[in-house]
Design a protein around this ligand. Structure first.
Ligand code: UD1
Ligand code: CA
Length: 408
């Protein structure tokens, strides 16, 4: 088996996103776009990933910097995708093996597609293989131009297409696998002869074909995975597609999602069997939900929420950075932040943890089998012993408890 590396292009400025943030850091269902691309590479045993960064380098490195399978490559001026590849020359110029080239703005990529690409490439002993997609709306993508025998002749960028080429439905999602030596030889020969005056990686492919090397285009990408995110509208579309994937997997794992279109679940969330997610639930961040829970409608679960088994979380309830043990019930209009709630606790309507005192966020610990009446304000930091009974409408502070033992 050939040794394999990946070059991931992520240096672009992204004028179409109209953003100060590096494009690849924009999130899709809770993770930056680049994270998905890196993970897809990791799944197909890529040794090292050379990530080409330029615009917002510091921001990007700060988020991913400590991964030891990433080599950061700087591209100071964004002169095009072939130029970006050439920036890796000092690392990869002499490398003999396979090089995947992918874009950091393609979060919908899946490892299975990369596996198909690798299989076809190795079976065909090709110089380059690319995975293509057939789209209903091919606008904006490079078009795959084939000859009468269906062999790929080259890729023509949208802005350089003739009217006939514009009608081609087969596009380039930018998933390529190259013989590394051939890639660098061709990239060096690319000229910026196009409307945008950029050095196009797609031209490197045409050059490889023109030199007589074997290049294969396999239609292996489903339309919904082909999307590159160039605008905020595409970011939201990509998020929708990813959301469907996340929910499909959860449902396969035994989670009921009553109304998938009106539910939002972060990719980092874990949800156990026979839990029911009611409509208008929003789950954001690292959230862990056990088995047999009922969440929503209109629940908001934030980072650090852990619901053990059989927890009931009702309407207009927000939970953040808190653990709710087995059998806890918080049915209506509550806020639970920075709390540890013991088993079988009932938290009445409108009760909240007042976890922020204007300076600092404080912790609330509630023992097992407590009853918190409606409209209670639990001022943190606070410890409630097992079996505490808080009357409806009470404002509870540690000082009061220590003084009067107000738990009754
Ligand atoms: C590119 C492809 C196009 C394909 C589409 C799929 C080229 C010339 N075109 O077009 O055929 O259909 O992707 O989404 O390759 N980048 C750099 N340095 C640069 C320029 C770009 O790192 O100098 C990075 C960008 O950050 C981005 C990726 O390369 O992640 C692709 O660049 P982008 O400008 O988005 O290319 P597209 O026009 O989308
Ligand atoms: Ca793009």
């Amino acid at each position: 088996m050939a040794e394999r590396v990946a070059i991931i292009l992520a240096a672009g400025v992204s004028s179409r996103m109209n953003t100060q943030l590096a494009k690849v850091l924009h999130e899709v269902c809770g993770r930056p776009m680049l994270a998905y691309v890196l993970d897809a590479c990791r799944e197909v045993e890529v040794g090292k990933m050379y990530v080409v960064v330029g615009y917002g380098t510091e921001q990007v490195r700060e988020q991913f910097g400590d991964a030891d399978d990433i080599v950061w490559v700087q591209q100071d001026e964004q002169k095009g995708t072939a130029h970006a590849v050439l920036c890796c020359k000092e690392h990869l110029g002499d490398f003999e093996g396979e090089t995947l080239v992918l874009c950091g703005d393609g979060p919908l990529i899946r490892a299975t597609t990369l596996r198909t690409l690798i299989k076809e490439h190795e079976a065909g002993q090709s110089a380059a293989t690319l995975a293509t997609a057939i789209l209903d709306d091919q606008n904006g993508y490079g078009r795959i131009v084939r000859d009468a025998y269906d062999n790929i002749q080259g890729i023509v960028e949208d802005s350089d297409c003739t009217p006939e080429q514009l009608a081609i439905k087969e596009v380039n999602p930018s998933y390529y696998l190259f013989d590394n030596k051939i890639l660098f030889e061709a990239a060096e020969k690319v000229k910026p002869d196009n409307v945008k005056k950029e050095y196009y990686l797609t031209d490197a492919l045409s050059l490889i074909i023109a030199t007589g090397h074997k290049v294969v285009a396999v239609t292996a990408v489903r339309p919904e995975e082909a999307m590159g995110v160039n605008s905020r509208a595409q970011l939201s579309e990509a998020s929708k597609i990813m959301q469907r994937r996340i929910q499909k997997e959860l449902m396969e794992n035994g989670v009921t999602i009553v109304d998938p279109d009106n539910t939002w679940i972060d990719i980092r969330a874990q949800i156990g069997q026979d839990t029911v997610i009611e409509p208008f639930t929003y789950i954001h961040g690292e959230v862990e939900i056990g088995q047999g829970c009922r969440v929503g409608p209109f629940a908001y679960l934030r980072d650090g929420t852990v619901l053990k088994n059989g927890v009931v979380l009702g309407v207009f309830t927000e939970v953040k950075n808190s653990t709710l043990s087995d059998g806890v019930r918080v049915r209506h209009h509550s806020y639970i932040g920075d709390a540890a709630v013991g088993r079988n606790v009932n938290i009445g309507a409108g009760s909240i943890t007042a976890n922020f005192n204007g300076k600092k966020v404080n912790q609330t610990n509630i023992g097992d089998d407590c009853y918190i009446g409606s409209g209670a304000v639990l001022i943190a930091p606070l410890e409630l012993k097992n079996g505490s009974h808080i009357k409806p409408g009470t404002v509870v502070s540690q000082e009061e408890i220590d003084k009067f033992g107000r738990e009754s």
